[in-house]
Design a protein around this ligand. Structure first.
Ligand SMILES: C[S@@+](CC[C@H](N)C(=O)[O-])C[C@H]1O[C@@H](n2cnc3c(N)ncnc32)[C@H](O)[C@@H]1O
Length: 233
């Protein structure tokens, strides 16, 4: 039995990128991804299911360092990827972009609110759209619009989100133990309350699943994953 889903604005999203509390909270996020085992969870899902994507977009990419970590492991099998990092804040440093280039990946930075992006005419299509700790920001009214926009633009979508069950909720109250600041401690709890369980994302995927293979599952101790693959995509 999962607690009822509720979405509240997270403090990190309200702070300027240069605010020291935000800078510190983004560093906490990197540690939280390590504790959640995000890299392994994402790599397992992607390697099992995708051949060699040429175009990838990450939604809510933050500073791009999680994607860089993934790219370092994937670049051997996935050379010459054209990657788009979308976030409403422009946080990706020249050093991070340079590290993608060193792997042979081309990078575009798209600094836009995803809710504005989904209203724009479709300019690019992607083999893979990826999101980590991002989809839970959106409420029941926004989620169908977001998922429909992704389905129109990508042949595969993978999201790794907080699992809205009691163990992750208990864990979210303990982020102080890894030195997280007040912003992260509060946002971690809000994130789990806004997270997902069961087949909630599959139920919101457009076109009644027609032409798509969907998988939704728990991963690690704290994560909830959703994978959508266009059949013959
Ligand atoms: C919890 S962080 C996750 C960052 C990164 N995916 C990671 O795992 O390190 C969520 C990110 O989503 C971005 N974000 C939140 N709402 C957004 C929106 N409506 N449009 C675009 N980006 C958004 C925030 O700026 C933030 O960088």
């Amino acid at each position: 039995m999962s607690p009822e889903r509720c979405v509240h604005p997270e403090t990190l999203d309200l702070l300027a990128a240069t605010d020291p509390r935000a800078i510190r909270s983004r560093a906490d996020l990197r540690r939280i991804n390590r504790v959640m085992g995000t890299r392994g969870i994402v790599l397992r899902a992607l390697r099992r299911t995708l051949a060699t994507p040429a175009r990838i977009i990450e939604l809510g990419a933050g500073d791009g360092t999680l994607m860089l970590d993934l790219a370092r492991r994937l670049a051997g099998d996935w050379p010459a990827v054209h990657l788009t990092l979308l976030d409403r804040q422009n946080l990706v440093t020249a050093q991070t972009i340079g590290a993608f280039h060193d792997l042979g990946w081309k990078v575009d930075i798209l600094s836009v609110d995803v809710l504005a992006w989904l209203l724009q005419p479709i300019r690019e299509r992607y083999d893979l759209a990826l999101a980590n700790l991002f989809v839970h920001h959106f409420d029941e009214r926004q989620l169908p619009l977001l998922l429909a926009a992704i389905a129109e633009r990508a042949d595969a979508f993978f999201a790794c989100e907080p699992r809205r069950t009691w163990l992750p909720l208990a864990g979210s109250h303990l982020t102080g133990l890894i030195g997280a600041n007040a912003v992260t401690r509060e946002d971690a709890v809000l994130s789990v309350h806004a997270g997902f369980a069961g087949t909630e994302l599959s139920a919101l995927w457009p076109v009644g699943n027609h032409g798509w293979h969907l998988r939704e599952y728990s991963a690690g101790l704290f994560s909830h994953c959703f994978l959508a693959l266009r059949q013959n995509g």
